[in-house]
Structure formats: C-alpha cells, structure tokens
Design a protein around this ligand. Structure first.
Ligand SMILES: Cc1cc2nc3c(=O)[nH]c(=O)nc-3n(C[C@H](O)[C@H](O)[C@H](O)COP(=O)(O)O)c2cc1C
Length: 216
C-alpha cells in the first residue's frame, strides 16, 4: 500500500508514522518554569543525533492528542524556552506506569513527578533536577529549537550523564550494564510498549568479509 502524505490529513499521517517508526526510545523530560516549578512529561519523538558535541533531539508538539493538536505550546516547550535547559531521564520497565501518569495533560503548574509518586535529585550542571528513580539522566542545555509546523525540534547538548551505580559494570572502562537498565520503548497504537529484553548480537562486518562470504 502506498500512502501519499501530501494528500492525507495530519491525523492519518500521525497514525501511520507512530505505527511504523518503532520502537522509539522515550525522553522523559524534566523542565522548570521561571518560578522554579518542576514539570515532567514523556516524549517518544526522541533520539541522539551527534556525539561531538553530544546532541539529542526531541519533537515537542502543541497541546492536544496525536493529530488533533491545538496551537498553544506544551509546558515542556514554554519552560525550555524560558530557562534554556532540561533533563532527559530514561524509562525502565519498573517506571513505565509512573511515566504514563506524567504523560496526562495536566493544567500548567501541576507537579507531575509528585503526581506519579516519584522524587527528584539535583543535577550537577543545570538547575533543573532529574527524576531520582530513573536509571539514566542526561543533563541538557538547549542547543537550538527548530520550529516544524506545530512541533518544535528541541536539540539539547548533553553536558553530563548520571548512570545508577548498580548499572555500571566497570567504571574505569565506562562499561554500562545496558540490559540491567531494563529500558522500554514506545510502539504503535494507544498503549503499546516494547521491552529491551529480546536482544541479539551481530558484530559489524568489513567489506572484505562480505565479499569473502559472497564468494562462498
Ligand atoms: C509514551 C509517551 C510518548 C509521548 N511522546 C510525545 C512526543 O513525542 N511529542 C509530544 O509532543 N507529546 C508526546 N507525548 C504526550 C506528552 O507527554 C503530553 O502531551 C504531556 O502532557 C505534555 O506535558 P507538558 O504540557 O507538561 O509539557 C507522549 C506521551 C506518552 C505517554
């Protein structure tokens, strides 16, 4: 089936995109407003795009669900514009339900972290705190916010990373026990998620190895 995105309404494009670009890692973004009130919300239009500097990107939409967006910004975006910084916390399976609670569209000023029964811990290089229970937290300074329709592509430079002590295999060699992080990703539809427990190992190959295999 071919779907012409130039002819489809945005609600339908959204449906097709979130059902096919999977799994998506989840950026659990913590921000603060100018009065220092903390806000948290999950975003699955998220990934890392550069490693020198390390820059992550998050697609923050307008208020409203899916394709039915309004024109006013989410609190996360207002806060990022106000303070120029944010924290991205990764979501483990143990924290999935709490993450979901923070994704409900509460009125401005509601502390979603407290609503979800979570706590905060201070960051080292940004004023915004992180979610203490999260196994990995990225301290980010706003690099650039690029408007894309009703979305904003928020690019953040990662200036520090917290990894829970028990999830480090070897601190000196920077070996993280990635399976132990037990992170989840977003899938299709209303409420589907993926675990990262179904893994396989496939070493990289060189052109010479590929050629040798082709020749048998
Ligand atoms: C798993 C999950 C992923 C989400 N991903 C996005 C996303 O990529 N972009 C977006 O704008 N909203 C996304 N949302 C919705 C926001 O989290 C939701 O609108 C939230 O209330 C925004 O909060 P805020 O107004 O405090 O910023 C997602 C929600 C969930 C539960």
């Amino acid at each position: 089936m071919l779907f012409d995105f130039e002819a489809l309404p945005k609600k339908d494009r959204y449906k097709l995109v979130v059902s096919t670009i999977v799994p998506r890692p989840i950026a659990w973004m913590v921000t603060q407003d100018a009065e220092g009130r903390t806000n948290a919300a999950p975003f699955s239009f998220f990934n890392v795009f550069s490693n020198d500097p390390v820059v992550v990107g998050i697609g923050v939409g307008a208020r409203g669900m899916g394709g039915e967006e309004r024109s006013d910004m989410k609190d996360t975006m207002d806060n990022i514009r106000a303070l120029g910084e944010f924290t991205v916390c990764m979501v483990s399976e143990e924290l999935a339900e709490a993450m979901n609670v923070t994704g409900a569209e509460y009125p401005t000023g509601v502390d979603e972290i407290a609503m979800a029964g979570l706590t905060t811990a201070p960051c080292a290089k940004v004023r915004t705190p992180r979610i203490a229970e999260s196994p990995v937290a990225l301290e980010c300074k706003l690099w650039q916010a690029i408007p894309i329709g009703t979305h904003n592509l928020v690019l953040g430079e990662v200036v520090a990373v917290h990894v829970q002590d028990e999830c480090m295999l070897d601190v000196n060699r920077l070996y993280v026990d990635t399976p132990k992080l037990n992170l989840v990703g977003r899938l299709h539809g209303g409420g589907w998620y993926a675990r990262t427990t179904d893994r396989f190992d496939m070493p990289r190959v060189t052109p010479e190895q590929v050629e040798a295999r082709r020749k048998g």
